[in-house]
Design a protein around this ligand. Structure first.
Ligand SMILES: Nc1ncnc2c1ncn2[C@@H]1O[C@H](COP(=O)(O)OP(=O)(O)OP(=O)(O)O)[C@@H](O)[C@H]1O
Ligand SMILES: [Mg+2]
Length: 358
């Protein structure tokens, strides 16, 4: 930023507020480089921007070191309005949304704790009083029924409001596991996976929850595609463990969402440190901190570290997610859930669209 240039520009009055342009926070940038002044003006739909641009140009040209002026206006899109990059999501964006926020939890690899993370993020928000639902889209190994003590449910009823979800701890749940027998291998072709996910998203009586989580199956992309074609989701949380190999997979999972223009809300490092059940002493079994570094390198938010504990596994197996209770693990999930919501808010903010003036 050039101070001399800013001082000049602040003498121009912002028509909306009556303050100087700098004071009114109308400028996103003002630099002079090799005689060219480049000024980024936040456009305001209600004003005559040509007059304002002319005033900026002549103010900048008053400076000795400015020979030419470029004014770039950034147009704020209204929330939800599409950009060109969003085109593949457009059909999905036009469909009715089954929840205020829809967040997928995914991992590139099996067994890193994706379902555990999804269940406990949901539990952490439910504990804060939010209305939460989960779609368990993992056809190949659905584990949300076990995590919420719903293993005995076989089949789902249909009412005049749609497919009736099961409910546990106040969380509405639809799982592929309610439709398949636990010990029978299921052979689902891609289109069947897509059809089932689309039907559940559109036709279940979710009750307009604050957040609908989708526990994603690992792998091929059928589910990612089905979801991207059905609703505009807010974004995806990627679970990983600190090991390098799992991080490689996390990168692949992120790539799959990026193909469908789905924002990555952040990375969670699960099984981060082992907390001894006797003394609480932490030890780094798989190493630690890899996900934070990876998130930084990839420019995605780091949502937090979840320790490896026996209590977490036991409570998962007994159908009472640990984040409904208290203690260090519940706190870790609560912090991650808050960071995730903050990231979802950020992802909703309209991206400035840059229009170059001649
Ligand atoms: N932080 C943790 N501490 C202790 N046990 C954990 C932790 N995270 C997950 N587990 C346990 O690891 C196992 C795998 O977790 P989970 O089923 O959540 O993984 P997943 O990624 O969803 O697996 P899948 O690919 O089969 O869907 C479960 O037995 C779970 O209880
Ligand atoms: Mg799972």
């Amino acid at each position: 930023m050039s101070d001399a240039l800013l001082a000049r520009l602040d003498k121009i009055t912002d028509p909306a507020s009556g303050k100087g342009l700098v004071d009114a926070a109308r400028l996103d940038g003002a630099v002079i480089d090799k005689g060219v002044a480049t000024i980024v003006l936040k456009a305001n739909a209600d004003e005559d921007s040509a007059t304002l641009k002319a005033a900026i140009e002549s103010a900048a040209l008053e400076l000795n070191d400015v020979e030419r002026v470029r004014v770039i206006t950034t147009i704020q899109r209204s929330p939800g309005a599409p950009t060109k990059a969003d085109a593949p999501r457009q059909a999905a964006a036009d469909s009715p949304r089954p929840a205020k926020r829809i967040i997928a939890v995914a991992a590139g690899k099996g067994g890193v704790g994706k379902s555990t993370v999804a269940a406990n993020l949901a539990a952490a928000l439910a504990k804060q009083g939010l209305r939460v639902a989960i779609l368990d889209a993992d056809i190949y190994g659905p584990s949300i029924p076990r995590l919420f003590g719903l293993r005995d449910i076989k089949g789902l009823k249909k009412t005049d409001k749609g497919i009736k979800p099961a409910e546990s701890h106040g969380v509405r749940i639809v799982s592929m596991g309610f439709l398949t027998k636990p010990d029978q291998p299921v052979v689902w072709r891609g289109p069947m996976v897509q059809g089932a996910i689309q039907q559940f998203l559109n036709e279940a009586d979710w009750g307009d929850p604050d957040v609908l989580f989708i526990d994603m199956p690992p792998g091929t992309g059928d589910a990612q595609l089905a979801i991207a074609q059905t609703v505009a989701i807010d974004g995806a949380v990627i679970a990983c463990t600190p090991q390098d190999l799992a991080l490689d997979d996390a990168r692949k999972a992120m790539g799959m969402f990026e193909k469908t223009h789905t924002p990555i809300l952040g990375l969670i490092e699960n099984m981060s440190v082992f907390l001894c059940p006797h003394c609480g002493e932490p030890s780094d079994i798989f190493g630690h901190g890899g996900a934070r570094a990876e998130a930084e390198a990839m420019g995605v938010p780091f949502l937090g570290e979840i320790p490896l504990t026996i209590e977490l596994r036991e409570r998962s197996d007994s159908g009472h997610p640990v984040a409904f209770g208290d203690g260090p693990v519940a706190d870790a999930f609560a912090r991650a859930a808050d960071a995730m919501l903050a990231s979802a808010d950020e992802a909703r903010k309209p991206a400035p669209e840059i229009a170059f003036s001649s």
